[in-house]
Design a binder for this molecule. Sequence first.
Ligand SMILES: Nc1nc2c(ncn2[C@@H]2O[C@H](COP(=O)(O)OP(=O)(O)OP(=O)(O)O)[C@@H](O)[C@H]2O)c(=O)[nH]1
Ligand SMILES: [Mg+2]
Length: 200
Amino acid sequence: MVRVINAVFVKSSPSINEALDEGVMEVLFLGRSNVGKSSLINALCCKKQLAKSSSTPGKTQLINFFDIMYEDDEKSRFVARFVDLPGFGYAKVSKETKKKWEESLNTFIKKRVSARLFVHLKDARHIDLEIDKNVDEYINSILRADQRILKIYTKADKLTQKECSAILKDKNALLVSVLKKRGINEANERIFDLLFGKCA
Ligand SMILES: Nc1nc2c(ncn2[C@@H]2O[C@H](COP(=O)(O)OP(=O)(O)OP(=O)(O)O)[C@@H](O)[C@H]2O)c(=O)[nH]1
Ligand SMILES: [Mg+2]
């Protein structure tokens, strides 16, 4: 099993211009506001307050970088970076501010050379939202040959057993609950494999 043995916050930046230097492979956590991006980063790193989460949508407003150290069974260590992004579709700001945020988010996602993996989070209770279809299409439209996508369904604790089984029929689906600490190890394994494993 692979584990995150160290995770530190490094920087917040409003746009790609102030971002950290490229170099370390990055995992970008994307999804609509309030889906659980910051909470999942904390769970993956076993640190409750690493990324700021809140029940109020729109909590994450900057691009936040965290340096991560993975360790595998042979005690080999691997360095990566997690990037917590603002959510898509947060409406409670002025149109102008929203446009500005979306532009800088879009530029970062498109232009970031170090971005290797897009983790697209969806709320397991609402799997067919228009906004998620748009996010799917968007990521696929900009995906480079060296980039991968991982879909994670969040808030599994809100589902019945039957609903969980329905989601898991898709063999690639990962279902997690930060609240019940479910699926977190699997998510770490999958992220690690996509970053450091052999290409399929
Ligand atoms: N029940 C349940 N609630 C969760 C889970 N994960 C996150 N939440 C809650 O969902 C709310 C939003 O979580 P965040 O992690 O801040 O969501 P976010 O996607 O980072 O939101 P923005 O920063 O606004 O884009 C918080 O109240 C969390 O406690 C989960 O697995 N189960
Ligand atoms: Mg957040």
